[in-house]
Ligand binder design. Structure first.
Ligand SMILES: [Zn+2]
Length: 103
C-alpha cells in the first residue's frame, strides 16, 4: 500500500474514496474515523490519511493531481458582490464586506 493523500476531513476523504471507486481504484482511509469516541474532537476536524494499493498508485495519483488543481482553481476564483461590488474568495458564500449571499 502507498500513501496517496492527506484529506482535511473525513468528509473529504469519503468524497475522494467514492470518486476513486468510480475509476475502479480501491482506497483505504486511516486516521479520523478509527478513533471515534465520545468526548473526542469531531472526526471532521481531523486529518485523514488515504492509501491505495501499489498497482493503483499511478492512476490514483493522476486523479489526485487533477483534484488538487480543481480545488486550487476554486480557491483562487473570486466573485463580485452584486450589492457592494466587493470581491470575495469563492470559498466564502457570503460577501465579507456586507454579508450579502452569493447568488
Ligand atoms: Zn457585498
Amino acid at each position: 500500500m502507498k500513501f496517496l493523500y492527506l484529506a482535511e476531513s473525513n468528509i473529504e476523504a469519503q468524497i475522494i474514496k467514492h470518486k476513486l471507486q468510480q475509476q475502479n481504484i480501491k482506497s483505504y482511509i486511516s486516521g479520523g474515523n478509527l478513533h471515534i469516541a465520545i468526548g473526542e474532537l469531531p472526526t471532521s476536524e481531523l486529518y485523514v490519511k488515504m492509501y491505495v494499493d501499489n498497482n493503483d498508485y499511478e492512476d490514483a495519483l493522476v486523479f489526485i493531481k487533477d483534484y488538487k488543481k480543481k480545488i486550487e482553481e476554486q480557491l483562487n476564483t473570486k466573485w463580485s458582490c452584486s450589492e457592494c461590488n466587493e470581491t470575495s474568495p469563492y470559498s466564502i458564500s457570503t460577501c465579507w464586506n456586507c454579508g450579502f449571499e452569493r447568488l
